[in-house]
Design a protein around this ligand. Structure first.
Ligand SMILES: [Zn+2]
Length: 456
């Protein structure tokens, strides 16, 4: 490790954490220890945190007070994690309709507002308390370490949502980014052959240890290098996230870069849920902050190896408790110990989160996954949306109107689309009562008939 990395890790990072009052170094030390605890010790910690969350929610959130009363649940008497099952699950529509009443202030932390278009095109707005925000950062650092990154080491984000990895503005922030954060951001919201050539040059110059990116964008960059050949940079590890990573995509990425892929699963509402450790073919859940339930069609827990829908309880977002949140992904539980020795529970993803790239006439490759954030999250009153490209010169946005939907929303969407696709395409907004599942049973946010690799 070079001198810059050592200074970053041992001097700048602790100083910065102290200045922002985040306590991330302490949280990280705790998380580094607890990942090796036994499953039963981790379950005890979860129960203690669950009870604290439910008690806080019962005292401070009108929404949850009503839900607990209807379920006859006294938070003080919760004895077991399975008591959670007495509560109904929380849908994205519930969250869309009840954000105000769901908040549970009465907590010393600031509330940070956020929103997402979501992997299924159902936009939600929510809040996060600041302590939870810092805890998320500490969890991400722990899981990034599994992939060969560490504090002070360099990383490159192939990311479609620029605000997530904010570009520094002030001189101090720029200096900090260079000395401490040591990352670059390659914007994948709109791609092209020229953009990929620019990525190649930037990565050769910066030499990051790890790439962190949207699964489809990393895969497409790997395919680009495979087709075009020439000299390019090889990282020590690749972390994929935000979209479903198909086994054949993983194989291409691993062969092109000659390093392992560590797939990760999370959502904007709950933060990192689970990620691969490099041993075995399952993901470890961040049990200290999240309770994951995987439910079969009857609402009962799925058996090991059986597929079910993922329901997440965020144990630490006291500002806006998300309890039994239907995240709309499919996974199966995995039992038995992982060869790595960690006690964190495990799951295996089973598809879901399918987004295609759409192709503009001018050669731009537009990431469906980032359009959920840029476009749909900001469209007022949309309950659910889907982008469809049947012909090369046209894009249709299907919209399920929500309570606050107005005709101006459609006009706003039509005004935004040329920013991503250029002026020479036809756009339309189609209002529909519902968006059917694909034949595979998956939600698809974007569907395109065109394969971007044809451009390489
Ligand atoms: Zn493991």
């Amino acid at each position: 490790m070079d001198l810059g990395a050592l200074i970053s890790r041992h001097v700048l990072f602790p100083l910065h954490s102290r200045r922002e009052g985040s306590d991330i170094p302490r949280l990280l030390r705790e998380l580094e220890a607890s990942q090796w605890w036994t499953p039963s010790a981790l379950a005890d910690l979860q129960l203690q945190r669950l009870r604290a969350l439910l008690v806080h929610a019962g005292h401070n959130s009108p929404y949850w007070r009503d839900v607990f009363a209807a379920a006859d649940l006294d938070p003080e008497r919760v004895q077991d994690l399975t008591d959670l099952r007495r509560l109904p699950t929380l849908s994205k529509r519930d969250l869309q309709k009840n954000r105000e009443r769901m908040r549970a202030p009465g907590h010393p932390d600031r509330l940070l507002p956020d929103k997402t278009g979501g992997s299924t095109g159902e936009p939600v707005e929510f809040d996060l308390n600041e302590g939870r925000f810092h805890y998320r950062k500490a969890v991400a650092i722990r899981h990034d370490r599994w992939a060969g990154w560490d504090l002070g080491r360099k990383s490159a984000y192939l990311w479609g949502h620029r605000q997530d990895v904010a570009a520094p503005k002030s001189t101090v922030a720029k200096l900090r980014a260079r000395l401490m954060d040591r990352h670059i951001v390659l914007d994948t919201s709109s791609l092209s052959v020229e953009a990929f050539e620019a990525f190649r040059q930037q990565l050769l110059t910066f030499e990051p240890d790890v790439y962190i990116g949207y699964a489809n964008a990393v895969f497409l960059y790997a395919r680009f290098l495979q087709e075009r050949g020439g000299r390019y940079h090889h990282p020590r590890g690749v972390i994929t996230s935000a979209e479903y990573l198909a086994p054949e995509q993983r194989a291409v990425i691993e062969s092109v870069f000659g390093c392992p892929v560590y797939d990760r699963y999370g959502s904007r509402e709950t933060g990192l849920v689970a990620s691969e450790c490099g041993h075995g073919d399952a993901m470890h859940v961040a049990d200290e902050s999240i309770v994951v339930e995987i439910l079969g069609p009857d609402g009962e827990p799925a058996a090991p190896g059986e597929r079910g829908r993922v329901v997440v309880t965020d144990l630490l977002n006291h500002g806006m408790p998300l309890i039994r949140y239907e995240i709309r992904d499919v996974a199966s539980p995995v039992t038995g110990a992982c060869p790595c020795g960690r006690g964190l529970s495990r799951l295996q993803m089973a598809g879901g989160r399918v987004t295609d790239f759409l192709l503009a006439l001018d050669g731009r490759i537009v990431s469906g996954a980032s359009l959920t954030i840029y476009l749909i999250a900001n469209a007022r009153g949309v309950a659910q949306a889907q982008l469809v490209q049947d012909t090369r010169d046209a894009v249709t946005v299907r919209v399920v109107p929500g309570d606050e939907y107005e005709s101006s929303t459609a006009e706003w969407i039509l005004g935004e689309l040329p920013r991503y696709f250029g002026d020479d395409m036809r756009f339309s907004v189609e209002e529909v009562a519902e968006i059917p599942l694909a034949a595979s049973g998956k939600h698809r946010f974007s569907i395109s008939n065109f394969d971007p690799t044809d451009l390489f």
